[in-house]
Design a protein around this ligand. Structure first.
Ligand code: PSV
Ligand code: MN
Length: 431
């Protein structure tokens, strides 16, 4: 299939030509600095070049809060336009070759055509996400009482059926993971029995699990609160891992950075889940207060680095086929989503690169001899390194844009789309 990418290669080359000499100069300087610590920059560059993260189809649209959504002209209005925008992101950042769809939002009649359309952009599909946290027009049973844990058997059956349909669609588009996040929970003490609601969830989730193809995984995403504000059925990593262990081998846990109580040590959760072979996926975003869905690395880049430090540790000590599905999961309320996701991919790769250059031998030695200061400084030294020349070189070598933002803006892509696409309605919510 011929590939028609949305941004002209000439424009990318033209923009890159202005700064490529400077990038190479910086890359050589960084290479000399790393060599003093016995680190081979080219080996790091190869690792960074191999790291990719999926983008969510819904992230291509402007997000909103419970209060409002402020659409921008040229925003995508269907899955085809979302794919086109995801192609722009990957073309310029060269690190996001997969799209994670959400159903029923991304439903179409012909999924093999959708797969071909994505392939035409050089894109594949990542985990499929089910949606039983909102009602759809014409739906037989409302999720107002919950979905997989609803007290109503017919509602639970409908939620199971929807998840199985997501797996069937996923098989047509080349996915291998089903991500299940439910908004189930309560708003009042006593509203539901906390034990029995988990029983109902487990029973329904087991039905989905038994419909999984052999080479698929089911990823359970926990979230502390919202939309249920008193209790959520899968509220924390404890509930998540217990459910995953109950369901079976193919069921793993997915960590979304925004889904924890404030100040929770998320990197430790990563290490714990890995220890038990249950780390299946990751949703990247950042937050100040709760599930803010802000851009990755925009508030607390050091935490992102510490999380990656554990992920690299896990990568180097794999257990039970360590292969997490990495995805950006953000709501872009005030920015152009393409710009946000390109910059987020950069923040994520940057945290990864810093974690890769951690002197692990020195770290382990300091840990083993209880030298807290040396251990902390070993991490700090990697964190302080400016790895941007590595990231820029990776993009340049892969045909992406060194300066993604200015190249994107010079392309006039969004203005062009504003002429071609129909306007998005007002409203609230993330779609
Ligand atoms: C829930 O807050 C979440 O993080 C889950 O990943 C959902 O599928 C996604 O946001 C979109 O609603
Ligand atoms: Mn998420």
């Amino acid at each position: 299939m011929t590939t028609t990418l949305p941004i002209s290669d000439e424009l990318i080359s033209e923009q890159n030509a202005k700064i490529s000499a400077a990038v190479l100069e910086d890359y050589e300087a960084l290479g000399r600095r790393l060599k003093r610590d016995n680190i081979d920059i080219d080996a790091i560059t190869r690792k960074v070049a191999g790291f990719t993260v999926a983008v969510p189809s819904w992230g291509a649209g402007r997000g909103g809060t419970r209060f409002a959504k402020f659409p921008i002209p040229g925003e995508p209005t269907n899955v085809h336009e979302k794919l086109e925008d995801c192609a722009v992101i990957n073309q310029l950042c060269q690190a996001t070759p997969r799209v994670s769809p959400h159903f029923p939002w991304d439903k179409v009649d012909d999924y093999s055509a959708l797969r071909e359309e994505a392939e035409g952009y050089g894109l594949g599909f990542d985990a499929v996400n089910s949606n039983t946290f909102q009602d759809q027009l014409g739906q037989a049973h409302s999720y107002s009482t919950g979905s997989l844990s609803s007290t109503d058997a017919a509602t639970r059956a409908q939620a199971v059926e929807h998840n199985i349909e997501c797996v069937e669609i996923g098989q047509k588009i080349g996915s291998k993971d089903l991500t299940v996040w439910v908004g189930d929970g309560t708003n009042f003490p006593g509203q539901q029995d906390l034990g029995r609601s988990l029983d109902r969830y487990l029973e329904a989730a087991a039905e989905i699990y038994s419909a999984l193809p052999d080479d698929w995984r089911m990823l359970l995403e926990h979230k502390m609160f919202e939309p249920a504000f008193y209790s959520s059925v899968i509220s924390d990593w404890g509930s998540s891992i217990l459910a995953a262990q109950t369901l079976g081998e193919k069921c793993k846990c997915l960590v979304d950075l925004g889904h924890h109580a404030p100040n929770v040590n998320i990197e430790q959760i990563v290490a714990r889940l890995h220890r038990f072979g249950k780390l299946g996926g990751f949703h990247f975003n950042d937050s100040k207060y709760g599930d803010d869905d802000l851009d990755s690395g925009s508030i607390n880049p050091h935490q992102l680095f510490l999380v990656f430090n554990e992920l690299v540790e896990a990568e180097q000590n794999p257990r039970d086929g360590f292969n997490p599905a990495y995805m950006i999961d953000q709501s872009h309320n005030v920015t152009d989503p393409i710009e946000s996701m390109m910059c987020s991919a950069d923040a994520i790769l940057s945290a990864y690169a810093k974690a890769v250059i951690v002197d692990r031998k020195a770290l382990h030695a300091a840990q083993d001899s209880n030298d807290a200061m040396l251990a902390a400084q070993t991490l700090r030294s990697a964190y302080k390194a400016d790895v941007s020349p590595i990231l820029a070189k990776v993009r340049m070598d892969k045909g992406g844009a060194i300066d993604m933002l200015s190249t994107y803006r010079a392309s006039g892509y969004r203005d062009r789309k504003a002429q071609e696409r129909k306007a998005v309605g007002l409203g609230s919510g993330i779609v």
